[in-house]
Design a protein around this ligand. Structure first.
Ligand SMILES: NC(=O)NCCC(=O)O
Length: 417
């Protein structure tokens, strides 16, 4: 029987924190309060009919004298798989297209300009199994596969940019598989693709069995609505990955993910939010929802008993701003569409205030990292010879603590060396 899941941290706080303290608790936890967006009734009704959560929030920026505000509405979608994992592949993909099409329609009603889906959104997250078939059959061409064509139709129909993270089959390069995000312009053409830079080797995330680390670097896509980048899932644990997207000018970095409670939930609210703060940009963390069961048992060489599921994908998608504020999360249990209205001018405003780029001393780190990757690298550690000698002489450091005793030991050491 499935465990009862907590719906969301926010709901739990609302239930248990006295109302007069809740505002202050929220300020401390989430920063400057986000404004509730007035979403159209048709979208709210659609969300009820189609059984998904719909939330809209706005981040504020200061008005400027010389620049017009650059207001953008971003939508992020989290969802469960629709059909069981043993349904025919084509049917599973079609069902996911239908489900996402339904949510994107609501996003369009709310005036969303850029929408992003979860990691490998057309399929179950089957990489735990290490089986090749049928999972590799979900891989498609990033340029003209059925999912990209589907996203091109959505983009044209609703005049929005679509970020579509898929399992990519690269026929040109020996049928290589990649974990890729395709960026489709609101004009409907494929603007480009970017691949997952860091592949997990932890728990049941046996993704290295399927695809390699991407070599597309840290591409940024200039869209009509702002400069965007995609840091796929496990890449969020790598601060340099976020940094490089930001150095290339990203104003919004999407983090489409698939991750489970036991592994990463306490890290989830921190990582993308910290990246927004550290890099003066907006970040959008998206996680899938629910349990996915597989027909065959699998193990991952970690001593755990053979099992048939990954654990619980806890949703909790959210958007963070460069001033450290963030939206509440979507729920841990339901499909959802989270919309954030943002003024991209906030990125420069916060950069001027905190100046992390200006004070970043990148030349110092470039020099030190260049040394670190050399085979003859020696870590820059100043050793305390006193304690070192003592250790080499097999005295415990506890033995030589205290000046008088230490002097006595030093004499001993000098006699021995
Ligand atoms: N999909 C993926 O990279 N998951 C790894 C686990 C994590 O980063 O939380």
């Amino acid at each position: 029987m499935a465990a009862v899941q907590l719906e969301s941290l926010e709901k739990c706080l609302e239930r248990h924190v006295p109302p007069e303290e809740l505002r202050e608790v929220r300020r401390i936890l989430y920063g400057k309060e986000t404004r509730m967006l007035d979403l159209p009734l048709c979208a709210l009704e659609t969300a009820v009919e189609r059984d998904f959560e719909l939330k809209g929030l706005g981040f504020e920026a200061a008005p400027e004298q010389l620049r017009q505000p650059r207001i953008v509405r971003v939508g992020i979608i989290q969802n469960k798989i629709v059909l069981p994992t043993n349904a025919p592949v084509a049917q599973q993909v079609a069902a996911m297209h239908k489900r996402i099409g339904d949510l994107v329609e609501a996003a369009a009603m709310c005036g969303v300009n850029i929408v992003c889906f979860q990691e490998a959104w057309t399929m179950p997250f089957a990489f735990c199994t290490r089986e090749k078939l049928p999972w590799t059959e979900f891989a498609e061409s990033a340029e003209d596969g059925p999912t990209t064509k589907f996203c091109q139709e959505l983009a044209k129909q609703y005049n929005l940019v679509v970020v579509s993270p898929i399992l990519e089959r690269d026929e040109v390069h020996g049928e290589t598989l990649w974990n890729t995000a395709v960026v489709v312009s609101n004009s409907g053409h494929v603007l480009g693709k970017t691949r997952k830079n860091h592949i997990p080797r932890i728990g049941d995330f046996n993704e290295s069995t399927y695809y390699m680390e991407g070599k597309t670097g840290h591409r940024v896509f200039q869209t009509q609505f702002g400069r965007i980048a995609v840091n796929i899932c496990y890449g969020r644990h790598h601060p340099l990955n976020w940094l490089m997207f930001s150095i290339n000018g990203a104003e919004i970095i999407f983090n489409p993910s698939a991750t489970v409670g036991d592994l990463s939930e306490p890290m989830w609210p921190i990582e993308a939010r910290n990246a927004a703060i550290a890099n003066h940009c907006f970040t959008c963390a998206i996680n899938r929802v629910g349990m996915e069961h597989f027909q065959n048992e699998f193990t991952s060489g970690d001593g755990k008993k053979a099992h048939r599921d990954f654990g619980y994908f806890y949703g909790s998608s959210y958007i963070a701003a460069p001033d450290g504020s963030r939206t509440p999360s979507l729920s841990r249990t339901r499909d959802g569409l989270l919309i954030a209205e943002m003024d991209l001018n906030l990125c420069r405003q916060i950069s001027d205030k905190w100046a992390f780029k200006m004070t970043g001393r990148y030349e110092m780190y470039a020099e030190e990292l260049a040394k670190m990757v050399q085979p003859d690298f020696e870590p820059n550690i100043i050793k305390d010879c006193f304690y070192l000698q003592a250790t080499q002489c097999k005295f415990s450091t506890a033995d030589i603590r205290g000046t008088a005793h230490a002097e006595h030991m030093l004499i001993k050491i000098s006699q021995m060396t």
